[in-house]
Write a protein of this length. Structure first.
Length: 284
């Protein structure tokens, strides 16, 4: 067992338990990996397929001999840069930037003092992937492991909730926390690349509402393009359970316009209702 492995796995489990009620999908049976300074790290959860993974590290960083926890987003250089630009443009917070040459605009303070002065928020921009954007334990207030995880979860959800506003555009303004949680799960299922691929394989790539075929309109660049749509109504998504689905029964394939409109109607399973609307306007 690697140094700190047991402590890391306990913290990751606590973090997953904190995030899952908000619709963040935990990564189960994840392998503990060796970190550069004789520590370890794990991937903890998936936000969406086009966003970085949520990870936890426990290693000797910050120019000290002590191991420190780090919580945050790990991904390609482009993914982390986009995330950094998004959170700064929406004034979520402003992280300090760290590169291979050290902290940008650094002072004579120690590394720990610099990180603590920015509430632990650090954008680690290296020449090669992966890059990171997260928070160190030294920037959080806690007296126990549970408090540490609770504070780290607040940081992660603060980012996701602020950047996920567009995902919830179809929800009513008075939607409850539980309705928002289920909606996030619904969208994450749709974005699952494996499910989307299987849905296309079974249902084809022509919109099942309006009949739009991207290839026939856009040629080569439209070949194989269609969006997977999860048919199960949000109210039926279970609480505190793993969401399972049948690609043949629980998915359809829709063009981008019909996909947006089916969500606006409130019942994702009512393809026939949307077909009637499309048909009526074609005849008008």
């Amino acid at each position: 067992m690697r140094p700190g492995e047991q402590q890391l796995t306990q913290v990751v489990k606590l973090l997953q338990d904190r995030l899952s009620p908000s619709g963040i999908i935990p990564i189960k049976n994840q392998q503990v990996r060796k970190a550069p300074e004789d520590g370890c790290h794990m991937k903890a959860a998936i936000w969406t397929q086009d966003r970085p993974t949520i990870s936890v590290w426990y290693d000797k960083w910050l120019d000290t001999e002590d191991r420190h926890f780090w919580f945050g987003f790990e991904g390609s250089k482009a993914q982390i840069r986009t995330l950094y630009d998004d959170i700064t443009s929406k004034s979520v917070f402003v992280p300090i930037i760290y590169t291979n040459s050290g902290f940008k605009n650094s002072t004579k303070q120690s590394t720990v003092e610099i990180v603590r002065g920015h509430n632990g928020f650090v954008y680690e921009n290296y020449g090669a992937p992966p890059n990171y954007l997260g928070v160190y334990d030294v920037g959080l207030r806690f007296t126990s492991e549970r408090e540490l995880v609770a504070e780290a979860a607040k940081f992660i959800l603060r980012v996701i909730n602020r950047l996920g506003d567009s995902d919830e555009a179809d929800l009513p303004p008075n939607a409850t926390v539980e309705e928002r949680r289920k909606y996030r799960i619904h969208k994450q299922i749709e974005r699952n690349p494996a499910a989307a691929s299987l849905a296309k394989e079974f249902h084809g790539t022509v919109c099942q509402v309006c009949g739009f075929d991207f290839k026939s309109v856009y040629g080569k660049i439209g070949t194989g393009f269609i969006e997977a749509h999860h048919l199960r109504p949000i109210a039926q998504l279970p609480k505190g359970e793993v969401v399972s689905y049948n690609v043949k029964k629980d998915f359809s394939v829709l063009c981008s316009n019909c996909h947006s409109m089916i969500h606006k109607r409130g019942n994702p399973a009512d393809l026939e209702g949307l077909r009637r609307i499309v048909s009526a306007h074609k005849k008008a």
